[in-house]
Design a protein around this ligand. Structure first.
Ligand code: SAM
Length: 231
């Protein structure tokens, strides 16, 4: 994983109580940083035990601000702050039809499921079969069954359940895949890291009829988008 220092793998030693304290402290820190504002996202981050989505020998680092490697090729679980960083500007909320491109560990998918609630929809696409199997196991163990998990190229979206209110891409490509903009509802939003020169910008799109408004949120560092719209 170029650009990040991965902590050394080790046997997990932390207790559930320690993880719980770290989770609460992380949420308080995200609020103080101004990154976490919505009550539904805060509740989701309290409910989902992030340590359950991390490979055993990296589990003790669950609440540290570092991406951690996952089984599969070029897959990571993003830093804890990435989730409010993406979901707050997206305005992810109750009842939304949500599409995630890049399932990774399944942690972001579980958070989204908590935020959109029973009346919403969550579809997540992963291109790497080994990573998908890891995420599926994590999500099932954590009790999330009402999700549509798809093996494939997320750049093509998932037309059978389109249109979507919100779309989140968690890998960086040179542009936002046009099929995803097509599968966005009128008034819908999409967020994605986009490679621009040597940098990556987190870009928010809002679809208004035939127009698409674009806003750059900040610089980020994500694994490359693979597939048709990848490098
Ligand atoms: C940063 S990780 C995802 C982190 C994830 N949100 C989580 O909570 O663990 C990015 C993921 O995107 C996947 N990916 C890359 N290109 C893809 C594509 N075209 N379609 C679907 N998944 C893709 C990678 O295999 C990787 O698992």
């Amino acid at each position: 994983m170029p650009g990040w220092i991965v902590p050394p793998p080790r046997e997990p030693a932390k207790t559930p109580e320690e993880f719980c304290r770290e989770r609460e402290a992380k949420i308080a820190w995200l609020i103080r940083q101004g990154l976490l504002r919505s009550e539904r996202i805060r509740q989701a981050m309290l409910t989902v035990r992030r340590e359950e989505f991390i490979p055993r020998r990296y589990r003790d680092y669950a609440y540290e601000e570092v991406p951690l490697p996952l089984p599969g090729e070029q897959a990571t679980i993003s830093c804890p702050h990435s989730y409010p960083l993406f979901y707050e500007p997206l305005g992810l909320d109750q009842g939304h039809r949500f599409l995630e491109v890049g399932l990774g560990s399944g942690y972001g998918t579980a958070l989204a499921r908590e935020v959109v609630g029973g009346e919403g929809l969550v579809v997540a696409i992963e291109i790497d079969p080994v990573t998908l199997a890891f995420a599926r196991k994590n999500l099932e163990r954590a009790g999330y069954r009402d999700l549509t998990l798809v093996l494939g190229d997320g750049g093509l979206g998932y037309p059978p359940l389109a249109p979507y209110d919100r779309i989140c891409i968690t890998a960086a490509g040179p542009r936002i895949p046009p099929p995803l903009v097509e599968q966005l509802k009128d008034g819908g939003r999409l967020i994605a890291p986009v490679r621009e020169g040597d940098e990556q910008n987190l870009v928010l799109l809002e679809k208004r009829g035939k127009k698409v408004r674009r806003k750059v949120i900040c610089q980020v560092l994500y694994v490359p988008l693979r597939g048709r719209y990848g490098a």
